[in-house]
Design a protein around this ligand. Sequence first.
Ligand SMILES: NC(=O)c1ccc[n+]([C@@H]2O[C@H](COP(=O)([O-])OP(=O)(O)OC[C@H]3O[C@@H](n4cnc5c(N)ncnc54)[C@H](OP(=O)(O)O)[C@@H]3O)[C@@H](O)[C@H]2O)c1
Length: 234
Amino acid sequence: MRVVVVGGSSGLGGAVCQVLAERGARIGLTYNRNEARGLALAEALGALARRLDLSELHGIEATLGELARELGGVDALVYCAAVASTSGGYDRLDDVTWDGIERLFKVNVMGALFCARLVASMGGRNVVLVGSMDGVKSMPTSAPYAMSKGALSAMARALGKELGPRGVLVNVVAPGLFEGGVSAGVPEEVRREYLKHCGMKRYATHDEVARTVAWFALENSYVTGQTLVVDGGL
Ligand SMILES: NC(=O)c1ccc[n+]([C@@H]2O[C@H](COP(=O)([O-])OP(=O)(O)OC[C@H]3O[C@@H](n4cnc5c(N)ncnc54)[C@H](OP(=O)(O)O)[C@@H]3O)[C@@H](O)[C@H]2O)c1
């Protein structure tokens, strides 16, 4: 299996690459600013790595095209890239800026749509979009991030129908909270509420979510248009 992991340099993306490599997949991963992590991961796992800025369509097409050529095709896409904030902090409504939300939607939503389209056109079979519980229920959360993650679930439902006849399956894995990463700015009181209501009484590990993502990427043959929430029973 040949899998492109967009946002492979993320905490979760790195764990996904690790699990995919253990299962014998060939991986093409992307990073944006964290070149050191992207290249180190690629070297450790025998993967390909390319820099990608998701705010520009030409770059998306060029980078995914290059990875697909070097892998000899693409069987699955895992889309892990995201930004959490329009303002640099934990967005309250008054913090949201027009430019900021445009930047956030390019990375969290538009990039996902165009990467899915490219991989489907290259013969890919599984598209796995990493969403968030915030797209399904609110802890509370910040509106722009929740809107973007909810959009991924709507995208999966729509594309599941549109691409199903071509044999392409599109799903969202929607994790609860991890330590760090995009949730680094989540206020302490929200974290406490999360643990209070979470059935498992702990945060997810990257590895637990990565194994769910890997199942969709490597084994799924009939589930499509779905959002699977992996939040320990919130
Ligand atoms: N952390 C959580 O608690 C949590 C909870 C639920 C869902 N999630 C979701 O899980 C996924 C991974 O989260 P994480 O916390 O592991 O993320 P993270 O470590 O903060 O990494 C974010 C990723 O997005 C990439 N990225 C950001 N802006 C980009 C741009 N303009 N162009 C291309 N790539 C860009 C980053 O690349 P560089 O680092 O190389 O710049 C990195 O790979 C995300 O979809 C997130 O929404 C996370």
